[in-house]
Design a protein around this ligand. Structure first.
Ligand code: HEM
Length: 387
């Protein structure tokens, strides 16, 4: 969609905010003729499109077998799945993982200790979430390397258009292998239930007799896809904000208690998810425009989070912004199930990173390297000098 956004260079891709501002001012509800898609940019409209489930459906794509995702369902199916899987995501359970998450973050930073340079993404923000999810799901340590390889393939996009078919084939193969692997894991865990997430889901399945093995598998893959790259990008985007504005870094060094505020403001200021698609179920009206049933509406949360009608000085990163009603985890019935986990991972990652280094700077010659997507937002690499 760089044709509609007009964002071509890496600098432009990582700074879509002036484009959003222009759209909010001139064309806040915009129909892209070529794609046949509606685009909405104002906070109030975005909020409504992502939360009004009766008018805007989440069934926007054909569900591709063999895996089926909660993100792509409407009630009543969504209600049933959500009530089952929420057993594995209670705030108490998530908080209980804190020591293990901290141990993983420390282990990753130990690997690069003594170095004067690092690629924050490759060395830290990328491996962290996948190691955490492997641990949460209860994947045996001996299988983690293979698990990471599969999940890297499942999550990665094509590096160029010519590679699309090859990427799809590799992805299908990895999904098939993961499915066989998870079937074995699920069988073993059925015999020997533990405290991990898969065991918790099996217990939910047995109590309510509703979550099938296929759904259980689909949920595990959804966690990889929905949770890994977004959390990587949140951590990298936060560090990029500190590099841009060193006073934030200094303030956080003085008072690490402000780190959760830095996480919230990064979510608003550089949201890992920039847009959420929905499909109109019925006729709808937004800003005087008529949306027909079946049409796709793209809700730009990256723009909503900078809407001057909702936030004062939206283009400033304000550590103490309060309230901060950003829409980065969505809104309504699909509100991110992993939000407490993502917040905890980012908090621990930044705490350990800030403890480790007294100063950070962009490595000389570093070329901004944004993720190649309009919907997801982050960096593929972030080379920094550390001391
Ligand atoms: C849903 C963002 C991390 C699991 C969502 C939605 C957003 C989002 C915007 C709503 C999608 C919609 O309305 O269609 C993020 C961001 C993250 C993050 C920005 C990191 C900073 C995670 C993690 C997990 C996770 C760590 C799990 C391990 C899910 C699931 C849903 C979801 C299962 C679907 C919920 C439902 O449909 O009811 N996320 N997410 N997310 N997220 Fe996250």
């Amino acid at each position: 969609t760089s044709e509609i956004t007009g964002l071509h260079t890496n600098e432009e891709k990582y700074n879509p905010y002036s484009w959003y501002k222009e759209m909010r001012a001139k064309s806040p509800v915009y129909f892209d003729q070529k794609q046949g898609v509606w685009n909405v940019f104002l906070y109030e409209d975005v909020n409504r499109v992502i939360s009004d489930k009766d008018v805007f459906s989440s069934k926007r794509f054909q569900q591709s077998r063999p895996f089926h995702s909660i993100i792509n369902t409407d009630p009543p199916e969504h209600t049933r799945l959500r009530s089952l899987v929420s057993h594995a995501f209670t705030p108490k359970m998530i908080a209980g993982w804190e020591p293990r998450i901290r141990a993983i973050a420390t282990e990753l930073l130990d690997k690069v200790s003594g170095q004067t340079h690092m690629d924050l993404v490759e060395d830290f923000s990328y491996p962290l979430p996948v190691m955490v999810i492997a641990e949460l799901l209860g994947i045996p340590t001996s299988d983690r390397k293979q698990f990471k390889e599969w999940s890297d393939i499942v999550v990665s996009g094509p590096s160029s258009t010519a590679d699309i078919q090859e990427t799809i084939d590799r992805r299908d193969k990895a999904i098939k292998e993961l499915m066989e692997y998870f079937s074995q894991i699920i069988e073993e865990k059925r015999k020997n239930l533990k405290e991990d997430m898969i065991s918790t889901l099996i217990k939910a399945e047995e109590n309510e007799g509703k979550l099938s093995s296929e759904e259980l598998f689909g949920f595990c893959i959804t966690l990889l896809i929905a949770g890994n790259e977004t959390t990587t990008n949140l951590i990298s985007n936060a560090v990029y904000c500190f590099l841009e504005n060193q006073t934030i870094w200094e303030e956080l060094k003085r008072d690490p208690g402000l780190i959760p505020h830095a996480v919230e403001e990064t979510l608003r200021y550089r949201s890992p998810v920039q847009a959420i698609p929905r499909r109109a179920k019925t006729d709808a009206e937004i800003g005087g425009f008529h949306i027909k049933p079946g049409q796709i509406v793209l809700a730009w949360i990256g723009s909503a989070n900078r809407d001057e009608q909702k936030f004062t000085d939206p283009d400033e990163f304000q550590l103490r912004r309060n309230p901060n009603p950003h829409l980065s985890f969505g809104k309504g019935i699909h509100f991110c199930l992993g939000a407490p986990l993502a917040r905890l991972e980012a908090k621990i990652a930044l705490e350990e990173f800030l403890k480790r280094y007294s100063s950070i700077a962009l490595k000389e010659g570093y070329q901004l390297d944004p993720v190649n997507s309009n919907l997801l937002y982050g960096l593929k690499s972030l080379h920094i000098a550390v001391s």
